[in-house]
Design a protein. Structure first.
Length: 820
């Protein structure tokens, strides 16, 4: 295990995006228990750094652990990846850095994680509300500008005014009713650098009084599922003006097989600045081709050579890049264009600048240096890197800066670059008509100029024409006459979309969200849900939330059906939080329009799996037009499917219900006058199945009426001799990774006492069918599992053991053998 010495727009009115990464020491350790807030009690439950408060982006091929303490990754020693892809690990920790010159003319840097600092400087406020909030595109209240007809929910002229944080930010008495939901899986949170706890645990920390609002986005569709996007809004929540602001990220991107010894010691890295040409196959006009600038810092595992590289091998190049940030077309308050200002790689323990910066002065010096690597790293080593954006001239009280970044992965450098291009295109988005005017969004005029402030005009020189006169802008609000061509590109705004003046970012193909199931944490505690496990069977139930989500581009509900996905033979590989993408298979498909063409007579038709006795709990304003504008929500239990296909009791199975849309694509419009029918192809847009370890379903033996039927399985128990999915690799939460079962217990309350042959009590287990029924478990259960841990918390040793099952006045005595 790695030990670390830290724990760790463009468009109408221009926006800012910045991203940077920073180094950490070679000799290091995991965060101390006092450094990494636990989630077990009191205020520490606010920190999304420990089970059960963990949030993984896991709908795509890249899995990433996100927190609400200014860092991402896994410096906490958890049995999971920080960033997992293809079975390998790629991230120890990455932390946000924000540096500025304060009112005392000294420079300070607030950090999510850094070398030389063993505690967190960014923390949420001490309020249970401040946690991470998951969402998805199309959810109620998550209307998107340019796509939804109800984006201004209350008619006050404001949109996206209620950040998804559990608070009433717009003061209308409602909570999170008007936020912008993006992607298949969105996480939102906020934190500050001035909490009392942060200052108490970091005596040398001088807060800049910053409030950070963080959103992260993941997609499941091919081409979009190998990067995670981030958007940060940095608010000056204090009373002093912050000058010469830089924003960045520190990244310790360890690459390698997580179970290999010292896998982080043989990495390589580089800074890449590349212009690439992308040709849109859906267009044939002069705007089909566009140049994308890819500026990225990345790391990768170097192939073992038995000498300098010995940490195991894994495919994959993993990097962090800018997608956008606040810019100033005049170049006064912010950079004129998006880009990396400083970048550096470190692997030495030497003092800064050869090694990692160790204090705020050195960190700020790094952020503001303007230096970038000119060649890749040389020898394999444990590298860290930083990259930054800026300078931003000042950040006034109650004002904000924004920046957008992505963590990208791919097979080889070429695969990473292709996925970086996809990330950039999705962030770049599409042009939409938001103001309803025909005289904006035309003739290549993409930028609206506004004055610096009242009585302080802005001056702009046309970059597209030599010797053009300086234009003076006095208006403090955007007006049609002040739209100009600032990028010298007639393809912005999109000439095919007349009047589309607004560039809407983060637009990607989104499948219908997966429904809630009976193995999820219940959203409504008043609704009783039966859990899945049965005797050689699994009963799945789900709701209809997938049928209420509107596609942001078409404005329609595109849901077609559901797929029942199963994963088996999973044995908890090191670092894994659940089955990998290749572990899943579709076992059944349910549709409103079955592919066999039999309609309602098809065994796959949705009506055969609908429980019409489950009534709607409320109506939903979907945001669609016509009859789909209001639809009823049915809770978990609306749909039911029972899988009995070759299941074995005691084995671990994973299930996920995913939703899909069948989308028509006209390949040839045909010619009605000549009687030629159009050629239409159909493709499916579907979400990817996911599950975490705690969502495993274990079929169980049913209860009986006879004490004589009780037995132990397997008997003898031989470590490693059981079928796949019986024994798992041990973990912190399951130190043995194994179990035995007491099967066919009677349908009444029992106590099972386990003894050594010498008569010493080893463990006592309880069996209570009535309690199982009350908790939604199988009321006919006749099974109790034991993890081979004694009542004193010790592993049992090999030997012969006795058991006595006491069920009321009846007792069954037996013996079993353990060979370890």
């Amino acid at each position: 295990m790695k030990l670390h010495g830290y724990w760790l727009a463009t468009g109408a009115v221009l926006t800012l995006v910045l991203f940077h990464l920073f180094p950490d020491p070679i000799e290091a350790r995991y965060l101390r228990a006092t450094d990494a807030p636990s989630s077990t009690s009191g205020i520490d439950q606010l920190y999304a750094t420990r089970p059960p408060n963990l949030f993984y982006h896991n709908v795509g091929l890249l899995e990433l652990l996100v927190t609400n303490v200014g860092l991402i990754g896994n410096p906490f020693g958890l049995d999971s990846f920080g960033a997992g892809w293809g079975g390998g690990e790629f991230l120890f920790a990455a932390g946000l850095w924000i540096g500025a010159v304060a009112s005392d003319n000294l420079s300070y840097v607030s950090t999510g994680v850094s070398s030389g600092s063993f505690s967190l400087e960014f923390l949420p406020e001490p309020d249970p509300i401040d946690t991470i909030y998951p969402s998805f595109e199309g959810v109620l209240g998550g209307n998107r500008t340019g796509f939804s007809s109800t984006v201004d929910d209350d008619g006050d002229g404001l949109t996206d005014e209620d950040f998804h944080n559990g608070r009433d930010d717009d003061g209308d008495g409602l909570t999170d009713e008007d936020f912008e939901a993006i992607s298949q899986q969105m996480f939102s949170c906020q934190y500050t650098d001035f909490t009392e706890r942060a200052q108490d645990t970091n005596p040398e920390h001088r807060p800049l009084n910053l409030l950070v609002q963080q959103r992260s986005f993941a997609w499941s569709t091919p081409g979009s599922n190998e990067f995670i996007g981030f958007e940060f809004t940095i608010w000056n929540d204090g009373f002093e003006t912050l000058r010469d602001v830089y924003i960045g990220f520190f990244v310790d991107s360890d690459a390698g097989p997580r179970d290999a010894e010292s896998y982080w010691t043989d990495d390589g890295g580089a800074y890449l600045n590349l212009d690439t040409l992308y040709v849109n196959p859906a267009r044939n006009d002069e705007c089909a081709a566009e140049t994308l600038n890819i500026e990225i810092c990345y790391m990768h595992d170097i192939k073992d050579d038995g000498q300098t590289a010995t940490g195991g091998d894994i495919d994959g190049y993993f990097g962090g890049m800018f997608l956008g940030h606040t810019i100033d077309p005049i170049g006064v308050f912010a950079p004129e264009e998006v880009g990396i200002y400083s970048a550096a790689f470190f692997s030495s323990n030497a003092p800064y600048p050869e090694g990692d910066p160790g204090n705020d002065f050195e960190r700020y010096d790094l952020l503001s240096s303007g230096n970038k690597p000119t060649r890749p790293t040389t020898q394999p080593d444990d590298y860290r890197y930083v990259f930054s954006a800026g300078p931003f001239a000042e950040l006034l009280p109650d004002e904000n800066l924004m920046f957008q970044t992505a963590f990208v992965i791919g097979s080889g450098r070429g695969g990473m670059v292709r996925n970086a291009m996809n990330a950039q295109r999705i962030y770049n988005g599409i042009w939409r008509d938001v103001d309803g005017r025909a005289d904006t969004g035309i003739e290549g005029r993409e930028t609206c100029l506004i004055a610096i402030g009242p009585g302080e005009p802005a001056r702009w020189t046309d970059p597209c024409r030599d010797l053009s006169p300086v234009r003076v802008i006095k208006e403090t609000e955007c007006i049609p006459e002040n739209y100009v061509d600032n990028d010298c590109d007639l393809c912005t705004p999109d000439p095919l979309c007349i009047g589309c003046e607004k560039l809407v970012h983060w637009v990607g193909s989104v499948a219908p969200p997966s429904p809630s199931m009976n193995n999820d944490e219940p959203k409504d505690p008043t609704v009783t849900v039966r859990l899945p496990a049965g005797d050689k069977s699994v009963r799945l139930e789900w709701d209809n939330i997938s049928e209420l989500a509107v596609d942001p581009i078409s404005g329609k509900i595109l849901w077609t059906g559901y797929k029942v996905n199963q994963a088996k033979d999973w044995n908890r590989p090191t670092g894994s939080i659940g089955p990998a993408p290749d572990d899943w298979q579709v076992v059944f498909e349910i549709s409103s329009d079955p592919k066999d063409g039999l309609g309602e007579d098809s065994p796959h038709h949705i009506k055969h799996f609908t429980d019409f006795t489950v009534t709607s709990t409320y109506d939903v304003l979907t945001g669609a037009s016509g009859p789909d504008s209001i639809k009823p929500y049915y809770p978990v239990g609306r749909y039911k499917y029972t899988d009995t296909g070759g299941l074995h009791n005691g084995m671990l199975y994973y299930y996920d219900i995913t939703a899909f849309s069948t989308i028509p694509d006209t390949l040839d419009p045909g010619d009605p006058l000549l009687g030629i029918e159009p050629t239409i192809a159909y493709y499916e847009l579907e979400s990817r199945p996911t599950a975490t370890e705690d969502q495993a379903v274990i079929p169980i033996w049913s209860g009986t009426s006879s004490m004589d039927d009780i037995y132990v399985i397997p008997n003898p128990y031989i470590r490693g001799g059981q079928p796949a999915s019986w024994d798992l690799n041990p973990s912190d939460s399951d130190p043995t990774g194994t179990k035995i079962a007491f099967a066919h217990l009677p349908r009444k309350k029992c106590e099972i006492h386990i003894y050594t042959l010498a008569g010493d009590l080893v463990q006592t287990l309880e069996h209570d069918p009535a309690l199982d029924a009350a908790l939604g478990r199988e009321s006919n259960s006749g099974t109790v599992f034991w993890n081979l841990i004694t009542s004193n918390g010790q592993d049992v040793v090999s030997g012969v053991y006795l058991f006595a099952a006491n069920c009321g006045s009846d007792t069954k005595v037996g013996r079993f053998v353990i060979i370890r």
